[in-house]
Ligand binder design. Structure first.
Ligand SMILES: Cc1cc2nc3c(=O)[nH]c(=O)nc-3n(C[C@H](O)[C@H](O)[C@H](O)COP(=O)(O)OP(=O)(O)OC[C@H]3O[C@@H](n4cnc5c(N)ncnc54)[C@H](O)[C@@H]3O)c2cc1C
Ligand code: HEM
Length: 431
């Protein structure tokens, strides 16, 4: 097994105030020094990987208890890290531990390991994770595994986890260090417009305090002043703008910590923080395939961004957009899309309504998609509720679009799901 070097990512926003995980870069440095090489990584053996996988399976049934235990010992042994985590660790509190356990799915896949743990490391700058925290987290991970793996825990297993965790931690720390040369850890972004669009959806426009680089179709992480250190993902609803403003479409989720604040409390003048963007649901400029895009709810945001991107680059690809909702009233964002289709001959927009009988708008998205097409030569982009994306993806796969041409964002913990997706795609599709 060979570990290659992490590819350097493009950064459009050199920033003299960038903070490295351990220390601030000297502000007077005219240009960032040459990238430092990734330390040599010793690949894991097949036995180590097998041991790690077996232990994850063994602790699986105790994941909830193990999460509580992990945080309890982490905060007891290293109280200084408590301040990095949200006050309310009840919602989505298993993210970090799940992430730590899922690294076993990456350790025998060096390309993905370096690509995605690199991203994770860069993204961890926004949490305030420092190099010195990695041994603490590793120690508590091993202690939790030891407790819940029971008799299966052995010196060999401990050595395998130490090795696996060490490799991932090195990749993450290196990526964070490199990123700190050219990009801020977070962007302070003032809300300059806030518009209610009905059905608990708000359009929120912010102006980041420094150039905010992203590619149309990616998503950003957002932290609000009402729930510090609680980060959630939202997709800019447009291609990058010259004035550096960014508009998100946010739907308030019942009892949602971040979405409720953004929809109902936020007003112009408030400041949110943005982390770096992520996501691979972007247009490949080398492809000339026609596109089929399917959007439900605020899933319209990245689809609109992709369509704008296609328009900006003078596309010669035909783009078919399907917008779905339960009722006609909930058909969010359709008007914007229809206006765009009047300007661009290559763009067709159709709607599907699943819970109402309206001539021309009838049916669930998968059913309506089946009526049009064929789609087997297209590139597909799907965005919306999990069920919609899953069903639509299956419909398009049945129509002959190979999985690697069906793009959608991860549903839950993006950094990890994105990493594991290529592996899932290699597995035989289910019926
Ligand atoms: C890649 C990606 C892109 C996203 N883009 C957008 C976007 O552009 N616009 C947008 O509005 N949202 C988007 N989301 C969802 C968003 O990140 C949050 O998950 C959502 O706003 C809820 O966060 P919260 O803090 O308000 O709720 P939480 O406090 O996290 O959750 C509160 C309760 O609501 C439940 N819950 C969480 N999310 C949902 C949901 N979607 N539907 C129903 N119940 C839920 C939780 O299980 C919990 O019980 C995206 C998510 C991902 C992974
Ligand atoms: C190999 C090491 C690590 C791995 C694989 C890892 C993985 C992850 C993952 C996958 C997430 C979820 C990210 C998301 O929601 O998008 C996460 C969140 C987080 N991580 Fe790490 N992490 C590691 C080390 C660390 C360290 C050393 C710290 C510093 C104490 C840290 C602090 C955090 C914090 C504060 C969060 C947010 C938690 C929350 O929102 O509930 N992580 N980590």
């Amino acid at each position: 097994m060979i570990f290659s070097r992490a590819p350097r990512e493009r950064h459009d926003a050199p920033d003299a105030t960038a903070q490295s995980p351990e220390s601030a870069a000297p502000p007077s440095t005219p240009s960032p020094p040459a990238p430092s090489p990734l330390p040599d990584l010793v690949p894991l053996t097949a036995e180590e990987i097998a041991l790690m996988r077996a232990s994850v399976a063994a602790v699986g049934p105790y994941a909830a208890d193990m999460t509580v235990y992990f945080y309890a010992i982490l905060f007891a042994r290293y109280p200084e890290v408590r301040g990095l985590f949200p006050d309310n660790l009840d919602v989505q509190r298993d993210r970090l531990l799940r992430g730590l356990l899922q690294i076993v799915d990456l350790v025998d896949d060096p390309e993905n390991l370096i690509r995605f743990c690199g991203r994770l490391g860069r993204d961890h700058r926004k949490f305030g994770a420092l190099n010195g925290h990695y041994p603490a987290v590793g120690e508590c991970l091993l202690a939790s595994l030891a407790r819940y793996a029971g008799p299966a825990w052995s010196p060999e297993l401990a050595a395998a986890w130490t090795h696996g965790y060490g490799v991932v931690a090195q990749v993450m720390m290196h990526a964070a260090r490199e990123d700190a040369r050219t990009a801020p850890a977070v962007w302070e972004a003032e809300i300059i417009h806030h518009l209610h669009r009905g059905h608990g959806i708000a359009e929120i426009t912010v102006r980041p305090d420094a150039p905010y680089p992203y590619t149309a179709g990616q998503y950003a992480s957002v932290e609000t002043p009402w729930h510090p250190r609680t980060w959630r993902y939202y997709s800019p609803a447009h291609a990058p703008r010259p004035d550096n403003t960014v508009t998100f479409h946010v739907r308030a989720v019942a009892q949602g910590q971040v979405s409720q604040g953004l929809v109902y409390s936020a007003k112009p003048g408030d400041v949110v923080r943005l982390g770096p963007t992520q996501g691979d649901m972007t247009l490949d400029p080398r492809s000339d395939r026609d596109l089929v895009c399917v959007a439900g709810g605020t899933g319209m945001a990245p689809i609109k961004a992709l369509v704008e991107d296609a328009a900006r680059t003078g596309t010669e690809r035909y783009v078919d957009v399907f917008v779905g909702a339960r009722t006609a009233e909930e058909l969010y964002g359709l008007d914007d899309m229809l206006r765009m289709s009047q300007r661009h001959h290559w763009l067709s927009v159709r709607a599907a309504v699943s819970h109402e009988r309206i001539a021309g708008l009838e049916g669930s998205l998968p059913r309506v998609l089946n009526e049009f097409g064929p789609w087997y030569r297209h590139e597909a982009f799907l965005s919306g509720p999990v069920d919609m994306v899953t069903q639509t993806s299956a419909t398009l796969a049945r129509q002959g679009i190979p999985q690697e041409r069906i793009h959608f964002d991860p549903f839950d913990v993006p950094a990890l799901e994105a990493a594991l997706l290529p592996r899932k795609l290699r597995e035989p599709p289910e019926d």
